[in-house]
Design a protein around this ligand. Structure first.
Ligand SMILES: O=C(O)CCC(=O)C(=O)O
Ligand SMILES: [Fe+2]
Length: 209
């Protein structure tokens, strides 16, 4: 095994790609008009897809200003803008399947694909909402495919309240919808546990980052 995480033995037997969505998607209504959809094990062949993306995606390290210092962003990033070709045919299928399921509800397709590579437990994303652009004022949706080692996605209401925790990995789909980006925050915290790498693939609507 070269992936550094424990892949499922069954993974890939049914062929690679997204499975059904439909009634296999479990929606949880959250407070303040937010909702969260979860579809475990949505993409089969997730190990192979993970390996290909790790190879072919042009991962970038970024530095950001934090208060009076410039710090390393603790994860690698890549961004595919509207119209950019997908780096992998399975990801193109994923995008199509998301649109088939969600466009009737959202009234528009997913347009951009952001990717994060969490190299190990020291990589993370701090509490935030995806509020650059429309997400700060309008309902939106962010659909995230998780590949590789499971990591916790945390959610908390902005006004304070209990933290929700979902371990995501290995082909799981999570979709944050409704007011989630402006009324809740999410994070992938660092962990001291020895964990392998994880890739998250975030699909967003036009004008949302
Ligand atoms: O890696 C994830 O699942 C979340 C990433 C995220 O929140 C973001 O890039 O805005
Ligand atoms: Fe985010």
């Amino acid at each position: 095994m070269t992936t550094g995480f424990q892949g499922s033995l069954l993974d890939g037997l049914e062929g690679e790609g997204p499975g059904a969505l439909g009634s296999s998607v479990v929606r949880t209504e959250l407070a303040h008009g937010a909702w969260l959809d979860l579809r475990r094990g949505w993409v089969s062949g997730a190990d192979a897809l993970f390996e290909r993306l790790r190879e072919v995606v042009p991962w970038r390290a970024e530095r950001r200003e934090m208060y009076d210092r410039v710090v390393d962003v603790p994860r690698l990033l890549s961004f595919y803008d509207e119209g950019d070709p997908s780096p992998d045919p399975v990801l193109a299928d994923v995008h199509r399947a998301l649109d088939e399921h969600y466009e009737p509800e959202l009234g528009e397709p997913f347009r951009t694909v952001g990717m994060c590579l969490y190299r190990d437990g020291r990589d993370s994303v701090a509490w935030h909402g995806d509020t650059v652009g429309r997400g700060s004022t309008h309902d939106t949706a962010v659909a995230i495919l998780s590949l590789g080692a499971p990591r916790a996605l945390l959610l908390r209401p902005r006004g304070g309240g209990a933290v929700l925790r979902h371990e995501l990995g290995h082909g799981d789909l999570v979709v944050m919808g409704g007011s989630c980006q402006r009324t809740w925050e999410h994070a992938v915290p660092k962990t001291a546990r020895p964990v392998g790498p994880r890739i998250s693939v975030q699909h967003r609507l036009r004008g949302v980052r």
